[in-house]
Design a protein around this ligand. Structure first.
Ligand code: MG
Length: 237
């Protein structure tokens, strides 16, 4: 039997990327009043990714990137009223309702009876905690880890701290870059949610898929049966 099943949160348990797509739309509407080339507007993603090294992941990073981009692309002519709109956008995103995906609660109710559950999410501590509370899913998790990034080192540290054997640990998530590739590197198991909307930055090619420890499902409701199949196949007891 696996000892621990860990879940990613954003775009795994609840909707997230949709809010960012809407945020980008608002940003583009604001900049539409200025004379900016389409090619420059298409660089939104580039600005965000470049700034991860400074601000990390999350709404604050997203909005600071928008403001920086607005200042740069308008040649410092962006109106303070428009910057205020971006700050309002951030607040709206930070307090948006949390929409849990269908089937998540039912899955967690069943799976938490048999396994210890952990939540591993990256982003702003305050915001991630608020979303977890709003989701009303917090009670299912014995351990909640909010991290700045999801690298093999970060996962290794979490597993060490909780004295978890990677061979008895499964991570479930929608991001190849954050939830799948680094966890496979540690020798643990993964279940990838292939059909959940995901930010393009999180699409890391699976250079070496380690077939026996990698499974793909379209819907989160399939996770429990996959775990059971893996236990049977591998004789993990
Ligand atoms: Mg995610």
């Amino acid at each position: 039997m696996f000892d621990w099943i860990a879940f990613d949160a954003d775009d795994t348990l609840w909707k997230n990327e949709e809010t960012y797509l809407q945020g980008r739309e608002v940003f583009l509407q604001i900049l539409a009043d200025y004379d900016i080339e389409q090619d420059d507007l298409d660089r939104v993603d580039e600005f965000e990714v470049e700034n991860i090294q400074y601000y990390g992941y999350g709404v604050m990073s997203f909005v600071l990137s928008m403001i920086e981009m607005a200042i740069e692309l308008t040649g410092e002519k962006i109106h303070p009223g428009d910057i205020r709109k971006l700050l309002d956008l951030a607040k709206a995103m930070l307090t948006a309702e949390v929409e849990v995906f269908d089937g998540v609660r039912q899955l967690l109710e069943k799976i938490s009876k048999e396994y210890s559950l952990m939540l591993i999410t990256k982003g702003d501590l305050f915001h991630q905690r608020r979303k977890l509370e709003a989701s009303k899913l917090a009670d299912f998790f014995q351990v909640v880890e909010v991290v700045s990034d999801k690298t093999p080192e970060v996962y290794h540290e979490i597993l060490e701290r909780h004295q978890i054997d990677p061979h008895r640990f499964i991570m479930v998530g929608n991001s190849l870059r954050s939830d799948i590739v680094p966890v496979l590197k540690l020798g643990a198991w993964v279940i990838y949610l292939s059909d959940h909307l995901t930010w393009s930055h999180e699409d890391d090619p699976l250079a070496e898929i380690i077939q026996d420890r990698y499974r793909e499902v379209k819907e989160i409701s399939q996770v429990l049966s996959v775990v059971k199949t893996l236990e049977k196949l591998t004789g993990i007891a």
